[in-house]
Design a binder for this molecule. Structure first.
Ligand code: ZN
Length: 67
């Protein structure tokens, strides 16, 4: 017994706000550089969750300063 799918077709890619992914890495900061690598990788693999996570890391980065 088969039922028709109520939502046929491929998954729709939701347009997420750009600010979620906005990141301003500081030049020379190793933490930013590492997060930027993650960000680019997530962008390529179209992994929105990882991408947001990496962008957030950069936004919250203290750029080597303690505290
Ligand atoms: Zn940083």
């Amino acid at each position: 017994m088969t039922k028709p799918h109520p939502y046929p077709g491929p998954a729709v890619e939701l347009p997420l706000d750009d600010w979620l992914y906005e990141a301003k890495p500081r030049e020379g900061c190793p933490q930013c550089a590492a997060a930027l690598v993650e960000l680019e990788a997530a962008k390529k693999s179209r992994n929105a969750s990882d991408r947001f996570d990496a962008a957030r890391k950069i936004r919250q980065c203290k750029h080597g300063r303690s505290g």
